[in-house]
Write a protein that binds this ligand. Sequence first.
Ligand code: 5AD
Ligand code: SF4
Length: 439
Amino acid sequence: MKYYIKTFGCQMNVHDSEKLAGMLQSLGYKEQADTTKDADIIVFNTCCIRDGVEQKIMGNIGALKKLKKSKPHLIIAICGCMSQAEGRSEMILSKFPFVDIIFGTHNIHALKDLILQYQEGNRRHIIDVWPEARGIYEDIEISRDGLFSNAWVNINYGCNNFCSYCIVPYVRGRERSRNMADIVSECRSIVADGYKYITLLGQNVNSYGNDIDDENINFANLLKEIASIPGDFRIKFMTSHPKDLTLDVIKVIAENEKICKCIHLPVQSGSNNILKLMNRKYTREHYLSVVENIRQFMPDAYISTDIIVGFPGETDEDFMDTYNLVKDVKYDGVFAFMFSKRSGTVAAKMDNQIDEDTKKDRIHKLLQLSKSVTKDNNKQSIGKIYNILTINHEDNNTIAQSDSGKTILIENSSLELNKFYKARIIRFANNKLIAEIIN
Ligand code: 5AD
Ligand code: SF4
Protein backbone atom coordinates (compact mmCIF):
# COMPACT_ATOMS: atom_id res chain seq x y z
CA MET A 1 0.00 0.00 0.00
CA LYS A 2 1.31 3.42 -0.94
CA TYR A 3 0.28 7.00 -0.16
CA TYR A 4 0.42 10.15 -2.24
CA ILE A 5 0.63 13.38 -0.25
CA LYS A 6 0.57 16.68 -2.09
CA THR A 7 1.43 19.83 -0.17
CA PHE A 8 0.27 23.33 -1.07
CA GLY A 9 1.47 26.46 0.71
CA CYS A 10 4.22 27.22 3.15
CA GLN A 11 6.95 25.39 5.08
CA MET A 12 4.54 24.95 7.97
CA ASN A 13 2.48 22.76 5.65
CA VAL A 14 5.56 20.99 4.29
CA HIS A 15 6.38 19.95 7.84
CA ASP A 16 2.76 19.01 8.63
CA SER A 17 2.94 16.71 5.60
CA GLU A 18 5.97 14.99 7.14
CA LYS A 19 3.73 14.24 10.11
CA LEU A 20 0.95 12.96 7.81
CA ALA A 21 3.51 10.69 6.12
CA GLY A 22 4.76 9.44 9.49
CA MET A 23 1.22 8.55 10.57
CA LEU A 24 0.43 6.80 7.28
CA GLN A 25 3.61 4.76 7.55
CA SER A 26 2.64 3.62 11.02
CA LEU A 27 -0.68 2.44 9.56
CA GLY A 28 1.19 0.24 7.11
CA TYR A 29 1.34 2.50 4.04
CA LYS A 30 4.87 1.97 2.76
CA GLU A 31 6.04 5.02 0.89
CA GLN A 32 5.10 7.99 -1.28
CA ALA A 33 3.78 6.77 -4.67
CA ASP A 34 5.26 8.35 -7.82
CA THR A 35 1.83 9.37 -9.10
CA THR A 36 -1.74 9.54 -7.80
CA LYS A 37 -2.53 6.48 -9.97
CA ASP A 38 -0.23 4.27 -7.90
CA ALA A 39 -1.64 5.37 -4.54
CA ASP A 40 -4.08 3.68 -2.17
CA ILE A 41 -4.64 6.89 -0.26
CA ILE A 42 -4.29 10.45 -1.53
CA VAL A 43 -3.96 13.34 0.92
CA PHE A 44 -3.98 16.97 -0.20
CA ASN A 45 -2.58 19.25 2.49
CA THR A 46 -4.08 22.55 1.44
CA CYS A 47 -3.48 26.30 1.71
CA CYS A 48 -5.80 29.29 1.35
CA ILE A 49 -3.46 32.25 1.60
CA ARG A 50 -4.48 33.59 -1.84
CA ASP A 51 -7.34 32.86 -4.20
CA GLY A 52 -4.97 31.51 -6.87
CA VAL A 53 -3.79 28.73 -4.55
CA GLU A 54 -7.37 27.73 -3.78
CA GLN A 55 -8.27 27.60 -7.47
CA LYS A 56 -5.27 25.39 -8.13
CA ILE A 57 -6.26 23.03 -5.32
CA MET A 58 -9.84 22.81 -6.63
CA GLY A 59 -8.45 21.88 -10.05
CA ASN A 60 -6.26 19.20 -8.46
CA ILE A 61 -9.17 17.71 -6.52
CA GLY A 62 -11.40 17.73 -9.62
CA ALA A 63 -8.75 15.80 -11.53
CA LEU A 64 -9.14 12.86 -9.12
CA LYS A 65 -12.76 12.11 -10.11
CA LYS A 66 -11.95 9.57 -12.84
CA LEU A 67 -9.32 7.86 -10.74
CA LYS A 68 -11.72 7.34 -7.83
CA LYS A 69 -14.30 5.86 -10.21
CA SER A 70 -11.85 3.35 -11.62
CA LYS A 71 -10.37 2.52 -8.22
CA PRO A 72 -13.14 2.57 -5.60
CA HIS A 73 -10.92 1.37 -2.74
CA LEU A 74 -8.84 4.55 -3.06
CA ILE A 75 -9.23 6.92 -0.08
CA ILE A 76 -9.15 10.66 -0.83
CA ALA A 77 -8.51 12.98 2.12
CA ILE A 78 -8.30 16.79 2.14
CA CYS A 79 -6.83 18.64 5.10
CA GLY A 80 -5.00 21.84 6.05
CA CYS A 81 -5.79 25.52 5.87
CA MET A 82 -8.32 25.45 3.04
CA SER A 83 -10.49 22.80 4.68
CA GLN A 84 -10.24 24.81 7.90
CA ALA A 85 -11.47 28.05 6.28
CA GLU A 86 -15.12 28.84 6.86
CA GLY A 87 -17.54 27.02 4.58
CA ARG A 88 -14.82 25.38 2.46
CA SER A 89 -15.18 21.77 3.60
CA GLU A 90 -18.92 21.79 2.79
CA MET A 91 -18.16 23.44 -0.54
CA ILE A 92 -15.48 20.83 -1.38
CA LEU A 93 -17.84 17.97 -0.59
CA SER A 94 -20.72 19.42 -2.57
CA LYS A 95 -18.51 19.99 -5.64
CA PHE A 96 -16.53 16.78 -5.26
CA PRO A 97 -18.73 14.15 -3.56
CA PHE A 98 -16.04 11.52 -4.23
CA VAL A 99 -13.83 13.04 -1.49
CA ASP A 100 -13.86 10.71 1.53
CA ILE A 101 -12.32 12.51 4.49
CA ILE A 102 -11.98 16.22 5.25
CA PHE A 103 -10.19 17.51 8.32
CA GLY A 104 -8.59 20.79 9.37
CA THR A 105 -5.39 22.25 10.80
CA HIS A 106 -6.26 21.56 14.44
CA ASN A 107 -6.62 17.79 14.13
CA ILE A 108 -3.97 16.66 11.69
CA HIS A 109 -2.80 14.32 14.47
CA ALA A 110 -6.13 12.48 14.05
CA LEU A 111 -5.45 11.15 10.54
CA LYS A 112 -5.05 7.55 11.66
CA ASP A 113 -8.29 7.59 13.68
CA LEU A 114 -10.15 9.20 10.81
CA ILE A 115 -9.02 6.53 8.37
CA LEU A 116 -10.04 3.74 10.75
CA GLN A 117 -13.36 5.46 11.45
CA TYR A 118 -13.94 5.76 7.70
CA GLN A 119 -13.18 2.08 7.11
CA GLU A 120 -15.29 0.91 10.03
CA GLY A 121 -18.14 3.28 9.16
CA ASN A 122 -18.89 1.62 5.82
CA ARG A 123 -16.83 4.18 3.94
CA ARG A 124 -19.19 7.05 4.58
CA HIS A 125 -17.81 10.60 4.15
CA ILE A 126 -16.27 12.17 7.20
CA ILE A 127 -15.95 15.91 7.77
CA ASP A 128 -14.12 16.60 11.03
CA VAL A 129 -12.95 20.20 11.23
CA TRP A 130 -12.36 21.48 14.77
CA PRO A 131 -13.32 25.13 15.24
CA GLU A 132 -10.28 25.70 17.44
CA ALA A 133 -7.11 24.05 18.73
CA ARG A 134 -7.43 21.73 21.72
CA GLY A 135 -3.83 21.88 22.92
CA ILE A 136 -0.51 20.87 21.43
CA TYR A 137 -0.04 17.28 20.30
CA GLU A 138 3.44 15.89 20.87
CA ASP A 139 4.57 12.37 19.92
CA ILE A 140 3.28 12.41 16.36
CA GLU A 141 5.37 10.17 14.11
CA ILE A 142 7.39 12.28 11.63
CA SER A 143 8.78 10.93 8.37
CA ARG A 144 11.32 13.63 7.58
CA ASP A 145 11.65 14.37 3.91
CA GLY A 146 14.70 14.45 1.74
CA LEU A 147 18.33 14.08 2.56
CA PHE A 148 20.07 14.67 5.83
CA SER A 149 20.31 18.37 5.23
CA ASN A 150 17.34 20.08 6.85
CA ALA A 151 14.90 19.16 9.58
CA TRP A 152 11.88 21.35 10.38
CA VAL A 153 10.85 21.91 13.98
CA ASN A 154 7.66 23.71 15.09
CA ILE A 155 8.24 26.12 17.97
CA ASN A 156 4.90 27.92 18.04
CA TYR A 157 1.62 27.47 16.25
CA GLY A 158 -1.02 30.00 15.21
CA CYS A 159 -0.93 33.75 15.05
CA ASN A 160 -2.30 36.65 17.12
CA ASN A 161 -1.45 39.51 14.81
CA PHE A 162 -4.51 39.80 12.58
CA CYS A 163 -2.84 41.64 9.72
CA SER A 164 -5.88 42.93 7.90
CA TYR A 165 -5.21 40.98 4.67
CA CYS A 166 -4.38 37.64 6.23
CA ILE A 167 -6.47 34.52 6.74
CA VAL A 168 -3.86 32.67 8.83
CA PRO A 169 -5.17 33.66 12.30
CA TYR A 170 -8.61 32.35 11.24
CA VAL A 171 -7.32 28.99 10.04
CA ARG A 172 -4.43 28.35 12.40
CA GLY A 173 -5.91 29.80 15.60
CA ARG A 174 -4.27 31.76 18.43
CA GLU A 175 -0.57 31.58 19.26
CA ARG A 176 0.49 28.47 21.18
CA SER A 177 4.13 27.88 22.09
CA ARG A 178 5.55 24.42 22.46
CA ASN A 179 7.26 23.50 25.67
CA MET A 180 10.96 24.48 25.48
CA ALA A 181 12.11 21.10 26.82
CA ASP A 182 10.13 19.29 24.09
CA ILE A 183 11.67 21.48 21.37
CA VAL A 184 15.21 21.05 22.67
CA SER A 185 14.84 17.30 23.01
CA GLU A 186 13.49 17.06 19.43
CA CYS A 187 16.51 19.09 18.26
CA ARG A 188 18.89 16.78 20.14
CA SER A 189 17.56 13.72 18.37
CA ILE A 190 17.65 15.51 15.01
CA VAL A 191 21.34 16.29 15.56
CA ALA A 192 21.97 12.69 16.66
CA ASP A 193 20.31 11.53 13.41
CA GLY A 194 22.88 13.53 11.42
CA TYR A 195 20.84 16.48 10.13
CA LYS A 196 22.95 19.53 9.39
CA TYR A 197 20.32 22.26 9.52
CA ILE A 198 17.46 22.68 11.96
CA THR A 199 14.85 25.19 10.81
CA LEU A 200 12.60 26.49 13.58
CA LEU A 201 9.08 27.22 12.38
CA GLY A 202 6.45 29.65 13.61
CA GLN A 203 4.15 32.23 12.01
CA ASN A 204 6.06 34.67 14.21
CA VAL A 205 9.06 32.98 15.84
CA ASN A 206 9.89 36.15 17.79
CA SER A 207 6.76 35.83 19.89
CA TYR A 208 7.80 32.35 21.04
CA GLY A 209 6.96 32.04 24.76
CA ASN A 210 4.65 35.08 24.97
CA ASP A 211 1.84 32.75 26.00
CA ILE A 212 3.92 31.02 28.69
CA ASP A 213 4.04 32.57 32.14
CA ASP A 214 7.84 32.52 32.56
CA GLU A 215 9.98 35.38 31.32
CA ASN A 216 12.92 33.06 30.65
CA ILE A 217 10.92 31.26 28.00
CA ASN A 218 11.53 33.47 24.98
CA PHE A 219 13.00 33.20 21.51
CA ALA A 220 16.47 34.48 22.46
CA ASN A 221 16.82 31.86 25.20
CA LEU A 222 15.41 29.12 22.99
CA LEU A 223 18.04 29.90 20.35
CA LYS A 224 20.79 29.81 22.99
CA GLU A 225 19.57 26.47 24.37
CA ILE A 226 19.45 24.83 20.95
CA ALA A 227 22.82 26.27 19.98
CA SER A 228 24.35 24.72 23.10
CA ILE A 229 23.53 21.18 21.90
CA PRO A 230 26.88 19.61 21.03
CA GLY A 231 27.39 18.65 17.38
CA ASP A 232 28.09 19.90 13.90
CA PHE A 233 24.83 21.58 12.86
CA ARG A 234 23.35 25.01 12.20
CA ILE A 235 20.08 26.70 13.11
CA LYS A 236 17.69 28.64 10.88
CA PHE A 237 14.27 30.07 11.71
CA MET A 238 11.24 31.62 10.05
CA THR A 239 9.26 33.89 10.04
CA SER A 240 10.32 37.02 11.95
CA HIS A 241 7.83 39.84 12.49
CA PRO A 242 9.56 43.25 12.26
CA LYS A 243 7.65 44.57 15.29
CA ASP A 244 9.05 41.79 17.51
CA LEU A 245 12.60 41.20 16.28
CA THR A 246 14.45 42.75 19.21
CA LEU A 247 18.07 43.83 19.56
CA ASP A 248 18.48 41.03 22.11
CA VAL A 249 17.60 38.40 19.53
CA ILE A 250 19.75 40.07 16.87
CA LYS A 251 22.73 39.94 19.24
CA VAL A 252 22.17 36.26 20.06
CA ILE A 253 22.09 35.45 16.32
CA ALA A 254 25.22 37.55 15.70
CA GLU A 255 27.20 36.06 18.56
CA ASN A 256 26.48 32.43 17.86
CA GLU A 257 28.40 30.49 15.22
CA LYS A 258 25.67 27.85 15.02
CA ILE A 259 22.92 30.31 14.11
CA CYS A 260 22.66 31.19 10.42
CA LYS A 261 22.72 34.86 9.57
CA CYS A 262 19.61 34.53 7.39
CA ILE A 263 16.58 36.57 8.33
CA HIS A 264 13.26 36.46 6.54
CA LEU A 265 11.72 39.79 7.53
CA PRO A 266 8.47 40.47 5.64
CA VAL A 267 7.92 44.20 5.19
CA GLN A 268 4.68 43.83 3.15
CA SER A 269 4.72 47.53 2.21
CA GLY A 270 7.11 50.47 2.36
CA SER A 271 4.33 53.01 2.85
CA ASN A 272 3.26 54.07 6.32
CA ASN A 273 -0.33 54.65 5.12
CA ILE A 274 -0.58 51.10 3.86
CA LEU A 275 1.26 49.56 6.83
CA LYS A 276 -1.37 51.18 9.05
CA LEU A 277 -4.25 49.84 6.95
CA MET A 278 -2.54 46.44 7.01
CA ASN A 279 -2.43 46.56 10.83
CA ARG A 280 1.25 45.67 10.77
CA LYS A 281 1.97 47.68 13.96
CA TYR A 282 5.28 49.17 12.77
CA THR A 283 6.33 52.04 10.55
CA ARG A 284 8.70 52.18 7.60
CA GLU A 285 11.18 53.96 9.89
CA HIS A 286 10.99 51.24 12.53
CA TYR A 287 11.48 48.55 9.89
CA LEU A 288 14.55 50.29 8.52
CA SER A 289 15.97 50.63 12.03
CA VAL A 290 15.64 46.85 12.51
CA VAL A 291 17.46 46.30 9.21
CA GLU A 292 20.16 48.74 10.36
CA ASN A 293 20.59 46.81 13.63
CA ILE A 294 20.92 43.55 11.69
CA ARG A 295 23.52 45.07 9.36
CA GLN A 296 25.43 46.63 12.26
CA PHE A 297 25.86 43.33 14.09
CA MET A 298 25.95 41.08 10.99
CA PRO A 299 27.22 43.04 7.99
CA ASP A 300 26.90 39.99 5.71
CA ALA A 301 23.45 38.86 6.86
CA TYR A 302 21.10 37.51 4.20
CA ILE A 303 17.81 39.41 4.45
CA SER A 304 14.72 38.42 2.51
CA THR A 305 11.17 39.77 2.51
CA ASP A 306 7.54 39.33 1.47
CA ILE A 307 5.65 42.15 -0.22
CA ILE A 308 2.01 42.61 -1.14
CA VAL A 309 1.23 44.92 -4.05
CA GLY A 310 -2.21 46.33 -4.77
CA PHE A 311 -3.45 46.42 -1.20
CA PRO A 312 -6.76 48.41 -1.10
CA GLY A 313 -6.06 52.13 -1.39
CA GLU A 314 -2.41 51.68 -2.50
CA THR A 315 -1.59 54.77 -4.60
CA ASP A 316 1.29 55.09 -7.06
CA GLU A 317 3.08 57.03 -4.35
CA ASP A 318 2.57 54.27 -1.79
CA PHE A 319 3.86 51.74 -4.29
CA MET A 320 6.95 53.88 -4.98
CA ASP A 321 7.64 53.90 -1.22
CA THR A 322 7.77 50.10 -1.39
CA TYR A 323 9.84 50.15 -4.57
CA ASN A 324 12.39 52.52 -3.06
CA LEU A 325 12.59 50.56 0.15
CA VAL A 326 13.43 47.39 -1.81
CA LYS A 327 16.11 49.37 -3.65
CA ASP A 328 17.57 50.73 -0.39
CA VAL A 329 17.54 47.53 1.67
CA LYS A 330 19.13 45.54 -1.21
CA TYR A 331 17.33 42.36 -0.23
CA ASP A 332 18.81 39.00 -1.07
CA GLY A 333 15.35 37.60 -1.73
CA VAL A 334 12.01 39.27 -2.52
CA PHE A 335 8.76 37.29 -2.57
CA ALA A 336 6.09 39.55 -4.05
CA PHE A 337 2.36 38.83 -4.20
CA MET A 338 -0.68 40.58 -5.61
CA PHE A 339 -3.25 41.34 -2.93
CA SER A 340 -5.97 38.71 -2.89
CA LYS A 341 -9.30 39.22 -1.07
CA ARG A 342 -9.76 36.62 1.66
CA SER A 343 -13.31 36.46 2.93
CA GLY A 344 -13.62 37.14 6.65
CA THR A 345 -10.59 39.46 6.74
CA VAL A 346 -10.85 43.22 7.28
CA ALA A 347 -9.12 44.13 4.02
CA ALA A 348 -11.58 42.13 1.92
CA LYS A 349 -14.27 44.65 2.87
CA MET A 350 -12.16 47.78 2.35
CA ASP A 351 -13.07 50.41 -0.24
CA ASN A 352 -10.67 51.35 -3.02
CA GLN A 353 -9.82 47.83 -4.15
CA ILE A 354 -7.12 47.98 -6.82
CA ASP A 355 -7.74 46.66 -10.33
CA GLU A 356 -5.88 43.58 -11.58
CA ASP A 357 -3.95 45.43 -14.31
CA THR A 358 -2.46 47.87 -11.81
CA LYS A 359 -1.50 44.98 -9.53
CA LYS A 360 0.15 43.15 -12.43
CA ASP A 361 2.02 46.25 -13.47
CA ARG A 362 3.31 46.86 -9.93
CA ILE A 363 4.39 43.28 -9.31
CA HIS A 364 6.19 43.25 -12.64
CA LYS A 365 8.12 46.42 -11.74
CA LEU A 366 9.04 45.01 -8.36
CA LEU A 367 10.23 41.70 -9.75
CA GLN A 368 12.38 43.48 -12.36
CA LEU A 369 13.94 45.53 -9.59
CA SER A 370 14.53 42.53 -7.37
CA LYS A 371 16.25 40.71 -10.27
CA SER A 372 18.69 43.57 -10.73
CA VAL A 373 19.26 43.85 -6.95
CA THR A 374 20.04 40.10 -6.82
CA LYS A 375 22.50 40.50 -9.67
CA ASP A 376 24.24 43.36 -7.86
CA ASN A 377 24.31 41.35 -4.64
CA ASN A 378 25.90 38.41 -6.44
CA LYS A 379 28.60 40.72 -7.79
CA GLN A 380 29.08 42.19 -4.32
CA SER A 381 29.48 38.74 -2.82
CA ILE A 382 32.79 38.18 -4.63
CA GLY A 383 35.50 38.01 -1.98
CA LYS A 384 33.03 37.26 0.81
CA ILE A 385 33.33 34.17 2.98
CA TYR A 386 30.32 31.85 3.23
CA ASN A 387 29.53 28.89 5.36
CA ILE A 388 28.60 26.07 2.97
CA LEU A 389 27.33 22.50 3.14
CA THR A 390 28.52 20.09 0.44
CA ILE A 391 25.58 18.26 -1.15
CA ASN A 392 26.63 16.64 -4.40
CA HIS A 393 29.33 15.87 -6.96
CA GLU A 394 28.75 16.88 -10.56
CA ASP A 395 31.31 16.36 -13.34
CA ASN A 396 34.57 17.35 -11.72
CA ASN A 397 33.00 19.73 -9.25
CA THR A 398 31.50 19.73 -5.79
CA ILE A 399 28.10 21.37 -5.44
CA ALA A 400 27.38 23.02 -2.13
CA GLN A 401 24.74 25.24 -0.60
CA SER A 402 25.23 28.39 1.41
CA ASP A 403 23.29 28.83 4.66
CA SER A 404 20.82 30.93 2.72
CA GLY A 405 20.27 28.25 0.09
CA LYS A 406 22.43 29.69 -2.70
CA THR A 407 24.11 27.14 -4.97
CA ILE A 408 27.89 27.26 -4.73
CA LEU A 409 30.28 25.43 -7.02
CA ILE A 410 33.77 24.34 -6.02
CA GLU A 411 35.48 23.56 -9.29
CA ASN A 412 37.78 20.59 -9.79
CA SER A 413 37.15 19.13 -6.38
CA SER A 414 35.68 16.03 -4.83
CA LEU A 415 35.00 17.17 -1.29
CA GLU A 416 33.47 14.94 1.35
CA LEU A 417 29.67 15.32 1.21
CA ASN A 418 27.30 16.52 3.95
CA LYS A 419 30.09 18.48 5.59
CA PHE A 420 30.38 22.17 6.45
CA TYR A 421 33.24 24.20 4.96
CA LYS A 422 34.14 27.86 4.84
CA ALA A 423 34.44 29.11 1.27
CA ARG A 424 35.45 32.38 -0.39
CA ILE A 425 33.45 33.44 -3.45
CA ILE A 426 35.79 34.01 -6.39
CA ARG A 427 33.50 34.34 -9.39
CA PHE A 428 29.91 34.50 -10.54
CA ALA A 429 28.99 32.58 -13.72
CA ASN A 430 25.72 31.24 -15.20
CA ASN A 431 23.74 32.06 -12.09
CA LYS A 432 26.15 30.09 -9.94
CA LEU A 433 28.64 31.36 -7.42
CA ILE A 434 32.07 29.78 -7.76
CA ALA A 435 34.07 29.50 -4.55
CA GLU A 436 37.34 28.21 -3.10
CA ILE A 437 37.61 26.39 0.19
CA ILE A 438 39.54 28.19 2.88
CA ASN A 439 39.50 25.69 5.73
N1 5AD B 1 -3.01 38.51 -0.55
C1 5AD B 1 -1.75 38.47 -1.05
N2 5AD B 1 -0.70 38.03 -0.35
C2 5AD B 1 -0.91 37.61 0.91
N3 5AD B 1 -0.05 37.14 1.84
C3 5AD B 1 -0.76 36.87 2.95
N4 5AD B 1 -2.07 37.15 2.76
C4 5AD B 1 -2.18 37.62 1.49
C5 5AD B 1 -3.27 38.10 0.71
N5 5AD B 1 -4.51 38.17 1.19
C6 5AD B 1 1.40 37.04 1.63
C7 5AD B 1 2.16 37.86 2.67
C8 5AD B 1 2.74 36.80 3.57
C9 5AD B 1 2.95 35.67 2.61
C10 5AD B 1 3.12 34.35 3.25
O1 5AD B 1 1.80 35.70 1.80
O2 5AD B 1 3.18 38.57 2.00
O3 5AD B 1 3.93 37.22 4.21
FE1 SF4 C 1 0.78 28.23 5.26
FE2 SF4 C 1 -0.87 30.31 5.51
FE3 SF4 C 1 -1.09 28.71 3.40
FE4 SF4 C 1 -1.81 27.89 5.82
S1 SF4 C 1 -2.76 29.57 4.65
S2 SF4 C 1 -0.56 26.74 4.33
S3 SF4 C 1 -0.33 28.90 7.13
S4 SF4 C 1 0.64 30.00 3.85
